[in-house]
Design a protein around this ligand. Structure first.
Ligand SMILES: [Zn+2]
Ligand SMILES: [Zn+2]
Length: 309
């Protein structure tokens, strides 16, 4: 499981910085967070693949987070039988996609399943066999969602000694038990997975939080995460401007993830006023609060390792 940033910019794509998007890859499936203008270029450049893209989660309907959706949908339609796609997002996301389809008349060879936030929505937006996706409303100038992707709890560690003591022959039976399935030996003996597995193990957790003022939803989304990709639009000296425009500063982002015990904090969504050379200054500021902070790097693969058992 890993994450790759397609860009780290906010507000508008710049010649030196693409807009912020994150692809989380797990077991052959890709989950994309945000799709600003030009996001399909990032998808191509990062070589993450388009057919295995099964879900796009959009934070809010500002152009720098959603204008790239039509391009990605069209790119995906160039593949034979790409399979269905799920789009998760704020109220209006399905209408936005439908309007662009009606206006531009582009053809799609796959179904889109929309999951749109409503005030009655449950905490879990989506789940499949590998992960669940949690959403929470943030505090921006328009309705904006933050996300937390949680890998399901994994079965406990397989004990070779226990398997041998129960006379379970090495081979497919071991694999089934490791997956948490009950087996029957040729002599009819039933073996339950808990007879050979240790305690269930925690999965990996990643959160994606952009375009928000400091609010309670942030620590809730990133508590104990392996990785949090969080916006740091402004330096601390522009704290007032950040508040007016509904954004975080370096030190606010760093403090929030420190308090939430995040292992790796990756700053993204930088204002176009900062050239790449300025990002070091933002980093120094953020690290004065939380040393576990890094500046997001486009096309870098962030390996999300399994926790120690
Ligand atoms: Zn933005
Ligand atoms: Zn915004």
């Amino acid at each position: 499981m890993d994450g790759v940033l397609l860009g780290t910019g906010g507000m508008m794509p710049m010649p030196f910085r693409a807009l912020t998007s994150l692809v989380v890859r797990r077991e052959g499936w890709n989950y994309l967070f945000d799709a600003g203008e030009g996001a399909q270029i990032g998808l191509k450049a990062s070589r993450t693949g388009i057919k295995n893209l099964k879900l796009i989660a959009i934070t809010h309907l500002h152009a720098d987070h959603c204008l790239g959706i039509p391009g990605i949908l069209m790119l995906r339609a160039q593949i034979d039988e790409p399979g269905p796609l799920t789009i998760v997002g704020p109220p209006g996301i399905s209408n936005f996609v439908k309007m662009t389809r009606e206006t531009l008349g582009y053809y799609l060879n796959y179904a889109i399943n929309f999951i749109e936030w409503t005030p009655d929505s449950k905490e879990i937006a989506y789940q499949d066999e590998g992960i669940k996706l949690i959403w929470k409303a943030l505090d921006h100038t328009v309705f904006c969602l933050g996300y937390r992707l949680e890998e399901h709890i994994r079965p406990g560690k397989f004990s070779v000694e226990k398997a041998k003591s129960l006379n379970i022959p090495m081979g497919p039976f071991w694999g089934e038990l490791q997956k948490g399935k009950t087996i029957h030996l040729p002599d009819g003996t039933e073996i339950l997975p808990e007879m050979v597995l240790g305690q269930p193990r925690k999965g990996r957790h990643v959160s994606y939080i952009v375009d928000t003022r400091a609010c309670d939803a942030i620590p809730a989304l990133c508590q104990d995460c392996d990785f949090t990709f969080i916006e740091s639009m402004f330096a601390q000296e522009l704290q007032e401007e950040a508040r007016q425009k509904g954004h975080l500063t370096t030190m606010e982002a760093a403090k929030l993830t420190l308090m939430a015990n995040v292992k790796n904090t990756i700053l993204v969504h930088f204002s176009p006023r900062y050239r790449n050379i300025d990002l070091q200054k933002l980093l120094v500021e953020a690290q004065s609060v939380n040393p576990a902070v890094q500046i997001g790097m486009t096309k870098k693969y962030y390996e999300i390792e399994l926790p120690e058992d």
